[in-house]
Design a protein around this ligand. Sequence first.
Ligand code: GTP
Ligand code: MG
Length: 201
Amino acid sequence: MEIQDAKYLISNADYAQCPAPDRAEYAFIGRSNVGKSSLINMLCNKRALAKTSSAPGKTQLINHFEVLSNAKRKWYLVDLPGYGYAKVSQSSRRRWEQMIENYIRKRENLTCLFVLVDSRHEPQKIDLSFIEQLGKWEVPFAVIFTKADKNKPGATRRHVTEFISQLKETWEEIPPFFVTSAETGEGRDLVLDYIDDLNKA
Ligand code: GTP
Ligand code: MG
């Protein structure tokens, strides 16, 4: 699949204010700074579509982008704020949790939630428990291991294997997973083809 156009639509704190749920939607979530906004830009081939920052906590709202791909297919990409950012107060953490939980559980056109995991680290509890929660909520998801360009040879594979084997302890079926780099474009075609398959399903 190739993307012909991508544009920013709107930002919301409330899922109920989001654009009409009339087409397939793919959202990106994961720890603050894991590379969600950068990945959206890489997939769409537009450097400044979603705002990125080297400081965690950049994305604060539910951001909708409208994408046009071949066969005149239109769908939504959604950039979400990250979790696990230490410097936020209890009250704003709770607000975040409520906003995200509502969006994830109630957004009827959410076709797949991509959970981004930093490929540089050993499996982190915060990512594993977030995925655990998705299982309880029965939200369809896939895992994306980001920043592969930053790893020494072998490290990506080791971290991915460890993460997947941790998932196997609770999941009968391994979820779809991808390795990406927003720097080199690694994984772009595979993620886009996966979205294309879901769009056609
Ligand atoms: P929040 O919105 O704060 O939750 O962060 P985010 O997950 O959207 O991360 P963002 O895309 O803003 O990227 C965070 C930092 O990581 C930026 O400095 C990016 O340039 C860098 N980054 C993101 N993806 C990659 C990647 O694949 N490779 C490298 N080398 N750097 C990356
Ligand atoms: Mg962001």
